[in-house]
Ligand binder design. Structure first.
Ligand SMILES: [Fe+2]
Ligand SMILES: [Fe+2]
Length: 273
């Protein structure tokens, strides 16, 4: 049994600071085996924003798998945007743009989809896909394989395909062939979880896709701030959403969704109570 806390779109520079301590407290109580942060740590990729994000990450449990988002690439400073787009991210957050964690139950790989050119949408390239394939396909089938990106490869209800990362289909073919189990993403500031069907030469394989809302940004797009706590067993995965309750100043469980492993991958079970 493993627990992963999945945070996204912190957006330091546009945070509601009243949420920071309650968020760190509830995460400490959940005592996760790993914290995954799926990008957009800052609002405008400013030094002070990265410093604040770094200070907050230091309050959270280790190990952490963190990937950058489009907001972590400078938008207005054209020189740094193209010459050293992730220099500040590397300096303050992590120099590892291919973070990887594995134990005897889970393997978690972070992939950077933030780009200078396709600023908002993001992209995965063939080198990254090959590298992920080498890492994931070789693992014992008993190990639950998890990918963390900022931009989604796929979405629970197959919304507008423009919201999927560039070259998503190529990536999904690899993830299906490697029998990947769970994809964690953000970017949309809307939380959601579901199972999507994939097809590879080895047959069909359903993968769980999870979107985290924004944990701390004031730009919630109609949703309350939230994050996910994901409980993983060999044949069952539960994605539980914690939402901000402003009147009580706490993050509280708001229900979730459970999935069961079958021969064709992961199927949605009845919603978790
Ligand atoms: Fe964002
Ligand atoms: Fe984003």
């Amino acid at each position: 049994m493993r627990t992963i806390v999945h945070l996204s779109d912190l957006h330091f520079g546009r945070t509601d600071d009243a949420l920071l301590t309650p968020l760190a407290s509830v995460i400490a109580k959940l005592a996760p085996h790993l914290v995954a942060v799926s990008g957009d740590l800052t609002q405008r990729a400013r030094t002070t924003e990265f410093q604040a994000a770094r200070a907050f990450l230091d309050r959270l449990p280790e190990p952490q798998i963190v990937v950058p988002g489009n907001h972590d690439v400078p938008l207005h400073n054209v020189f740094t945007r193209f010459i050293g787009p992730l220099d500040k991210y590397r300096r303050y957050i992590t120099g590892d743009l291919d973070p990887f964690y594995a134990d005897d139950e889970i393997a978690v790989l972070g992939i950077n989809t933030a780009r200078s050119l396709t600023f908002k949408r993001g992209r995965i390239n063939s080198t990254q896909i090959e590298r992920a394939k080498t890492r994931l396909c070789a693992l014992d089938p008993k190990i639950t394989k998890i990918i963390v990106t900022h931009h989604p490869f796929d979405l629970p209800d197959r919304r507008d395909s423009n919201e999927r990362v560039g070259r998503a289909d190529l990536a999904m073919d690899m993830l299906s062939a490697c029998r990947c189990d769970l994809l964690l993403a953000g970017h949309l500031h809307v939380s959601d979880a579901g199972s999507v069907a994939t097809q590879s030469v080895d047959g069909s394989h359903d993968i769980i896709v999870v979107q985290a809302g924004t944990a701390t940004s004031t730009r919630g797009r109609g949703e309350l701030n939230s994050f996910n706590a994901i409980h993983l067993e060999a044949n069952r995965i539960e994605v539980r959403r914690y939402g901000w309750r402003p009147l009580d100043s706490v993050f509280q469980s708001m229900g979730g969704e459970s999935f069961g492993r079958s021969a064709g991958g992961w199927k949605s079970l009845s919603p978790a109570p």
